[in-house]
Design a protein around this ligand. Structure first.
Ligand code: ADP
Ligand code: MG
Length: 601
C-alpha cells in the first residue's frame, strides 16, 4: 500500500510572491511604488522617484524621462481616451497630431503613435525600473486616474497597461488614493477636500467616506492651470525686471524660474548669484495671486456642488508638487479654518495610496479593507419623446446593477430600440450615446402592455453591460457596452455644470415632452378606435367634432407650448367623452350578446 504524505502545517511552504505595485501615471511626472507591511518603496530612475512623463525618440528607439531630448513629446495624459472627433475640445499644445484615424496619432521621430501606445511605453518603463530593483517581474498594478476620467479614458489607460502585460488590479481615482495614503480607510467616516495642484493641471475633489465607500461628491478643475503657468509668469517677470536675461536660452530661463519658485516654498527671499537676480515672497505671491484665486473659485464651486456644509468637512489634503507654494496653505487656512493635512510628500502621496491598494488587492496585506469607487456620470436609456431615463445615477458606488421596466408606445409594436446614454441632462441630444441595440420579437400586445426589463451592470472598473428582456415572452438581448466616445474632462465638467445650471430648464423640458407624449398617445388611441367602430357609433357631425378636436391638438403640438397642448388635450378628452362611453356600452353589449341570460345575472 502506498504511503500518503501529509505535510506539516507548521512548516512554511515556499511560495512565489507576486510583485504588485502602485502607479501614479501623471501628466508631468509618473511614479511607481511598492508597499510591503510597514515598508514603502518608491522605485527610482536616475536616482529620482519623479520620472518625467516624457517620451523621446533616440534614433528610432523610444526612451522615457529624458528632459534634454529635442525629439520628445510630453503631457500625453491629456490625449488618452480622446477620439479624433473630440480633439477640438482639448488643448494639446505643441503636439503634432494626425487625426485621420479614430484615435489621433502623435508624430515622434519617423513614426506616429496614439496616446494609448505612448502611455504603454511609460508604464512599461516604470515596470522595468521596479523589476531591476526587485529582481522579479511586475505581476499586477493599481493605476491612478483623475476622478473625472470617464469610461473611455479609464479603458484607454487600462488598455495601455494590458498592452505591456500588466494586470490591472484596479483603476482608482487620484483623490481617493491620496485619502488612502493619509490613512483614511473603512474605519473613518466624514467629508474631505483633496486640493491637487500639479505641473499642468488643477483638480479639486470633495470626497465622502462612509462604510468603506469613497464617493467623489464633486470634482472641479482646470486642465490648464498648474506649475507650468507659474513658470511662464515668472519668466515674464524676470525678463521685465532683469533685461540682461533676454540673452538667456529658453531652457536656462525656465530652469532659473523653477529654481526661484522652488526656493520660495521655504524661504522669504531667494537669490541666484550666477544670474544676479533675486525675488521676495511678497512680490512672488502678488504675481501668482490670480492663479491661486482661480483655484479657490473652483474649490468654492466644488463645495457648493457637493452640498456639504463647510463645517462638516474634516480635512483638506494637499496633493501635487505645486501645492507646496506657501500662499496656498496660508490662504486656505485663512478662508476655511479646516485642518490641513500636508505632512505627506505631495509629489508621492497618490502613488503611495495606489501602492497600499495594490498590496490589499493582491492579497498580500494583512489588514484589508473594501474600497469602492463611484460612477462619474449617470447612465440611462432614451425613452419615447427623446428623454433620458437614468438607470444608474452618477456617484453610485461601483460595482453596481440596476433595472427599470419600460413599455411599448404602439399597439402591436414588435421592436424596440434601446439607446444607452451617458450624461446628466434630461434631453437626449445633450447626452452622449454609448450604444444602440434592438430588442425584437416583442409579442403583439396593446400599447403599454409589454413589460421590457432593462438591466444595467457596471463592474469595478466601470465596464457596463446592458441586457433587455420582454417579460411576457422571456426574449432577451444582451450587449457589452464599449463606449466609443472620448469625453474630455472639460466636456464632462461642462455637462455636469450645465445640468446644474439648467436643472429648472430641464424640468420644464421634461414636463413639455411628457405632455407631448401624452397627447400623441391620446390621438393614437382615438384614431385606432375610430378605425374600428366610428361607422357604427357616430353620425357625421359627431365624427367631425372629434376629428376637429384631434386637428386642434395636432396644431397645439406644433406650438411646443405646454399650456396650449394641455388645453387641447383636455378638450379632445371632453369632446370624445360621449364616444368613449358609447364604446364601453357597446363592448358590454357585445359581451352580453349571445350569452345565456342566466350566465349574466
Ligand atoms: P503632475 O501630477 O501634473 O504630473 P506634479 O504633482 O508632479 O504634477 O507637480 C509638478 C509641479 O510641481 C511642477 O510644476 C513643479 O515645478 C512644481 N513643484 C515641485 N516642487 C515645488 C516647490 N517646492 N514649490 C513650488 N512648486 C513646486
Ligand atoms: Mg498628479
Amino acid at each position: 500500500m502506498a504511503l500518503i504524505q501529509i505535510s506539516d502545517p507548521d512548516k512554511s511552504v515556499a511560495f512565489n510572491k507576486e510583485l504588485s505595485v502602485g502607479i501614479d501615471l501623471g501628466t508631468t511626472h509618473s511614479l511607481i511604488a511598492k508597499k510591503e507591511g510597514e515598508n514603502l518603496v518608491f522605485f527610482k530612475d536616475n536616482n529620482n522617484v519623479l520620472i518625467p512623463s516624457i517620451i523621446s525618440d533616440e534614433n528610432g528607439k523610444l526612451t522615457i524621462g529624458d528632459l534634454n531630448s529635442k525629439n520628445s513629446v510630453k503631457s500625453i495624459k491629456r490625449l488618452i481616451g480622446v477620439t479624433s472627433k473630440e480633439l477640438h475640445t482639448i488643448n494639446y499644445e505643441d503636439l503634432e497630431l494626425d487625426s485621420s484615424e479614430d484615435l489621433p496619432r502623435v508624430s515622434l521621430g519617423n513614426n506616429k503613435y496614439n496616446a494609448i501606445e505612448l502611455s504603454s511605453k511609460i508604464l512599461s518603463h516604470l515596470c522595468e525600473i521596479a523589476q531591476s530593483h526587485e529582481n522579479t517581474s511586475v505581476n499586477s498594478a493599481v493605476i491612478t486616474v483623475p476622478a473625472y476620467f470617464n469610461d473611455m479614458q479609464r479603458q484607454a489607460t487600462k488598455l495601455a497597461a494590458e498592452m505591456v502585460d500588466i494586470k490591472v488590479l484596479r483603476l482608482i481615482s487620484e483623490p481617493t488614493a491620496a485619502a488612502i495614503a493619509y490613512g483614511i480607510d473603512d474605519k473613518k467616516t466624514g467629508n474631505f477636500i483633496v486640493y491637487d495642484l500639479g505641473g499642468g493641471t488643477f483638480d479639486v475633489s470633495i470626497l465622502s467616506i462612509e462604510k468603506g465607500i469613497f464617493k467623489v461628491l464633486s470634482t472641479k478643475g482646470d486642465t490648464h492651470l498648474g506649475g507650468d503657468d507659474i513658470d511662464r509668469l515668472l519668466n515674464k517677470y524676470l525678463l521685465d525686471n532683469y533685461p540682461h536675461l533676454t540673452k538667456l536660452h529658453k531652457t536656462e530661463l525656465y530652469n532659473l524660474s523653477k529654481f526661484l519658485k522652488h526656493g520660495l516654498s521655504n524661504k522669504n527671499t531667494i537669490t541666484n548669484e550666477k544670474h544676479n537676480v533675486s525675488i521676495d515672497l511678497n512680490d512672488f505671491n502678488k504675481l501668482i495671486n490670480p492663479l491661486i484665486e482661480k483655484t479657490l473659485k473652483l474649490l468654492n464651486e466644488a463645495i457648493i456642488e457637493s452640498k456639504v456644509d463647510i463645517n462638516d468637512i474634516k480635512n483638506i489634503m494637499l496633493v501635487g508638487g505645486s501645492s507646496r507654494l506657501k500662499i496656498i496653505k496660508s490662504t486656505l487656512n485663512e478662508i476655511y479654518k479646516i485642518n490641513i493635512l500636508d505632512y505627506l510628500n505631495p509629489d508621492t502621496v497618490v502613488a503611495e495610496g495606489a501602492a497600499i491598494q495594490a498590496e490589499v488587492l493582491s492579497g498580500n496585506a494583512k489588514d484589508d479593507f473594501l474600497l469602492l469607487d463611484v460612477l462619474p456620470l449617470s447612465l440611462g436609456i432614451e425613452t419615447y419623446g427623446g428623454l433620458s431615463e437614468k438607470v444608474i445615477h452618477r456617484n453610485t458606488p461601483i460595482p453596481s446593477s440596476s433595472e427599470k421596466t419600460f413599455t411599448t408606445f404602439k399597439d402591436g409594436q414588435s421592436k424596440m430600440m434601446i439607446n444607452v446614454v451617458q450624461g446628466e441632462r434630461e434631453d437626449i441630444s445633450e447626452c452622449i450615446s454609448l450604444a444602440q441595440f434592438i430588442l425584437s420579437d416583442i409579442p403583439p400586445l396593446v400599447a403599454g402592455a409589454a413589460r421590457i426589463k432593462v438591466r444595467f451592470q457596471v463592474d469595478a472598473d466601470g465596464l457596463l453591460t446592458v441586457s433587455a428582456k420582454e417579460e411576457t415572452s422571456d426574449k432577451e438581448t444582451t450587449i457589452e457596452i464599449k463606449p466609443s466616445h472620448g469625453l474630455t474632462p472639460e466636456l464632462i465638467q461642462n455637462m455636469i455644470s450645465t445640468s446644474n445650471n439648467k436643472a429648472e430648464n430641464d424640468k420644464n423640458y421634461r414636463a413639455l415632452k411628457e405632455s407631448i407624449v401624452e397627447a400623441e398617445r391620446a390621438i393614437y388611441a382615438i384614431e385606432e378606435a375610430l378605425k374600428v367602430d366610428s361607422n357604427d357609433l357616430l353620425n357625421q357631425t359627431e365624427l367631425d367634432l372629434i376629428n376637429q378636436a384631434i386637428d386642434n391638438l395636432q396644431d397645439a403640438l406644433l406650438s411646443k407650448n405646454i399650456d396650449t397642448i394641455k388645453l387641447a388635450n383636455d378638450n379632445l378628452e371632453k369632446t370624445s367623452e360621449f364616444y368613449v362611453e358609447r364604446r364601453m356600452n357597446n363592448s358590454i353589449k357585445s359581451i352580453i350578446t349571445g350569452k345565456d341570460i342566466n350566465d349574466i345575472i
